[in-house]
Design a protein around this ligand. Structure first.
Ligand code: T3D
Length: 262
């Protein structure tokens, strides 16, 4: 058993958070949830401008640690609603709303809640050998951690039904082809590509990047009229930001902009 279920590092504005229970394919225990929450708190406190999430070893995350769910016959049934309410749902909501872009580098199999934690990130890269598995139906559960939301939104109802009901593995290449993730990359390039994207975003106009992710999320329920109004209001606010002034100045002076995230 690893002593530290989450590794944390922050450099040049990029907080890297690594799920670190490789012998259990980084499956979630309550201890790991608490440590992950603390790592995200730290990224915010240290004013990171991008968060990179990945896993140690050959898997990204196999969802809930099922060793904690093995009940003896006649024993009290576990209250899964409690862990979902206390840990998984707050995690998904937080990653979605975080004041910095979140990049996920899926280094290996992402199963159960592990798949859906990955899909809740803003940019998802996966190693070509990685796969996505909505494992829930195999153990008598429904996709959680946003699975029943991400799947139809990202790949449409027919593919969502197939993935959730059949619980077959989807390769990283197919996940890219289907629009489930941003990109599949060669295994040996995964972390360098993920770090390059994180570095680009961490030196970007953070307020605008966060506004972009929110606007794209808002479009999932807004009408065109509502979205046009939303864009007007956000643009008004960003027009007063230091980064916008710097962006325009840099363009006119034909140099690279030095954004501060303000
Ligand atoms: O409970 C609640 O609070 C509600 C919330 C639920 C959220 C959920 O995520 S429910 C879904 C839970 N996850 C799964 O059902 C996935 C279970 N794992 C697998 O199906 C397979 O392990 C994988 C497809 C992910 C990978 O397969 P493979 O063949 O590459 O590896 P493996 O041999 O199955 O796993 C390697 C080891 O990790 C193995 O241990 P061993 O034999 O070497 O001692 C295996 O038991 C362990 N492991 C993998 N996943 C889990 C796990 N141990 C505990 N919990 C796991 N989820």
């Amino acid at each position: 058993m690893n002593e530290t279920p989450i590794l944390y590092d922050c450099a040049d504005g990029v907080a890297t958070v690594t799920l670190n229970r490789p012998d259990r394919l980084n499956s979630f225990t309550e201890e790991m949830h608490h440590a992950l929450r603390a790592a995200i708190d730290r990224a915010e406190a240290e004013k990171a401008r991008a968060l990179l999430l990945t896993g140690a070893g050959r898997g990204f995350c196999a969802g809930q640690d099922l060793a904690n769910r093995l009940a003896a016959p006649g024993a009290e049934k576990p209250d899964l609603g409690r862990t979902i309410g206390e840990f998984y749902n707050p995690l998904i909501r937080r990653l979605r709303a975080l004041h910095m872009p979140v990049i996920c580098a899926v280094n290996g199999v992402a199963a159960g809640a592990g798949a859906n934690v990955a899909l809740s990130c803003d940019i998802v890269l996966a190693a070509r050998s990685a796969s996505f598995l909505q494992a829930f139906a195999k153990i008598g559960l429904v996709p959680d951690s946003g699975g029943t939301y991400w799947l139809p939104h990202l790949v449409g109802t027919a593919r969502a039904m197939g993935l959730a009901l059949l619980a077959d593995k989807l390769s990283a290449d197919d996940a890219e082809r289907w629009g489930l993730i941003w990109k599949a990359v060669d295994d040996d390039k995964l972390m360098s590509e993920a770090r390059a994207i994180a570095a680009q975003l961490a030196s970007g106009p953070t307020m605008a990047l966060v506004a972009i992710k929110r606007a794209i999320h808002a479009a999932e329920k807004n009408t065109l009229d509502e979205q046009l109004d939303h864009e007007r209001d956000v643009q008004r606010a960003l027009g007063a930001s230091e980064d916008y002034a710097e962006g325009v100045r840099a363009f006119m002076e034909k140099r690279k902009a030095q954004f501060k995230g303000r």
